[in-house]
Design a protein around this ligand. Sequence first.
Ligand code: FAD
Length: 221
Amino acid sequence: MMDREPPRTELASAHLAGTGLAGTRPAGTGPAGAEPARTELHRHPERGSHDLDVIFDIVDSALICHVGFDHDGAPVVIPTVHGRDGTTLYLHGSPASRMLRGLASGIDVCVGITLVDELVLAKSWFHHSLNYRSVVVFGRATVVGDPDVKTRALRLIVDHIRPGRSAEARPPNAKELAGTLVLAVPLTESSAKVRSGPPLDDAEDADFPVWSGVVKVSSPR
Ligand SMILES: Cc1cc2nc3c(=O)[nH]c(=O)nc-3n(C[C@H](O)[C@H](O)[C@H](O)COP(=O)(O)OP(=O)(O)OC[C@H]3O[C@@H](n4cnc5c(N)ncnc54)[C@H](O)[C@@H]3O)c2cc1C
């Protein structure tokens, strides 16, 4: 559905205050030249942010990401799990994976990370929406060759699935480590977008006999 609401910076700010991420600057208001053009938000830029703390919080809260890349001239988007260390996003998998092979060759990648917090149920079809937190990352992946960094990246991915799990489960042996490709994608060219708040029903729909409001979506953690 379309989401034609007016600017609502205050709602995004309220949400971010609730997540301990107050102080977020809206997209486009940072230091001059700090944001590359392809992470510039167009529609509802007041919901956007390039604040890395906001981006990190969303990356860490989302279990999975979707990795978009070009394969033989056609776009492909593959879901996968990730981990994060500072400004580095880690991806892993079989060296035979098309996604990992492609990314390891140094092609451009775009990663999307999305959390859906609430259903936004409006009086009209037109104003239905979702409350969400999302991140879009652009960059190029590099292969992590150093065994210590690779092991740390894999630990982060396991702990991303369940915090503390790496201390309980068996670490990879040499064969497993050699059979796993780990890629690093910088998070430095990225944007966040947050929608929060109620549906913006039209005044003429006030008496339409259907409930409107937001419904929480249960999160896996
Ligand atoms: C769960 C979910 C559901 C959505 N449903 C709809 C829908 O039904 N219809 C709709 O039009 N839009 C929807 N959106 C918003 C959508 O993601 C785009 O923000 C929107 O299409 C506006 O794009 P644009 O043309 O302004 O920006 P674009 O020109 O497409 O993007 C420019 C740049 O802005 C940044 N950007 C744009 N969107 C996001 C984002 N969501 N998160 C982080 N960075 C972003 C990126 O860096 C991107 O390269 C939804 C978003 C989420 C997370």
